[in-house]
Design a protein around this ligand. Structure first.
Ligand code: 13P
Length: 282
């Protein structure tokens, strides 16, 4: 049906109290599995690739597949460039037709983060695309390169940021981390509630793997409208292929297993996020 602007999905999700799953993918089979899941549940989704993963999935190969998959799908799909740090690559993604870019300068000082966010917003506007910015540090690593300590978003920094930066969505650090949590994740819902009361900008939760259904629901209640899921899809594929019970006889059975494992994981998350049945215009 359609490739859709990310911000359009997020505004509706926030208004109607559900979240859009933003699923990181690395190859054609993962794209197929995620699209099948969304179509079966009539759910809008976001597909995304992080800048740090382009070594494995070069942009000039994965981008056309992502954009075509969205255009040909029966549901609304947005394509996001996740954790963009290099302007030239963000521009390339927009040239390929991505619906949004995440500009991640959260590791820099506040003024630089604001400056870069505004630069990328102007760029994305010229493509009729939207952006996501980040403030605070989400722990772990989005591409296995480092392992960062969680740094909670500071409420005064966020006030200042929202006053001076123009963004369509804001990723927050409330105790969430990329990859596997060392123990139970402890999300700071008081902080999330305070952030949410500051503005109407849809909020984004990175590090969705390992968070419980109940915590997802509380996050959505306090304004989270996009939830990123990567590791649990990769884990599902890995265990489907390498578990003792798996008995794949050839390459094509492995290829189908990747599609199926991704599909099941995406479906589970769509159900938890409440976005099933929310794709419009079918
Ligand atoms: P997980 O790998 O923890 O699911 O996080 C994904 C993510 O936030 C990508 O930006």
């Amino acid at each position: 049906m359609s490739l859709i602007k990310t911000s359009q999905l997020l505004v509706l999700a926030k208004k109607h109290h559900y979240a859009i799953g933003a699923f990181n993918v690395a190859n054609m089979e993962m794209i197929m599995g995620a699209v099948q899941a969304a179509e079966e549940l009539h759910s809008p989704i976001i597909l995304q690739i992080a800048e740090g993963r382009l070594f494995y999935s070069p942009l000039h190969l994965i981008a056309p597949m992502l954009v075509e998959a969205a255009k040909k799908s029966k549901v609304q799909i947005a394509i996001n460039f996740d954790h963009g740090k290099t302007i030239n690559l963000m521009k390339q993604a927009l040239d390929f037709g991505f619906s949004s870019v995440m500009v991640d300068y959260s590791h820099e000082n506040l003024e630089n983060n604001i400056f870069m966010t505004n630069e990328v917003k102007a760029l994305a506007d010229s493509y009729n695309a939207s952006i996501e910015a980040e403030i605070g540090v989400v722990g772990g690593s989005e591409d296995d390169s480092t392992s960062l300590q969680v740094k909670y978003s500071n409420i005064d920094d966020i006030k200042y940021f929202l006053l001076h930066a123009n963004t369509n969505a804001l990723a927050v650090a409330i105790g969430n981390a990329h990859g596997h949590y060392a123990g139970e994740p402890h999300l700071n819902f008081d902080l999330l509630e305070s952030i949410s009361s500051l503005s109407n900008v849809p909020l984004v939760l990175h590090g969705g793997t390992g968070i419980s259904k109940e915590d997802f629901h509380r996050c959505i209640q306090y304004g989270i409208a996009k939830i990123n899921i990567a590791t649990s899809s990769f884990d599902a594929i890995y265990s489907s292929i390498y578990s003792k019970q798996s008995n794949h006889q050839n390459f094509f059975e492995v290829s189908q297993a990747i599609v199926q494992a991704t599909k099941e994981n995406v479906m589970q998350h769509i159900e938890m996020f409440g976005s099933a049945g929310k794709s419009r215009g079918q």
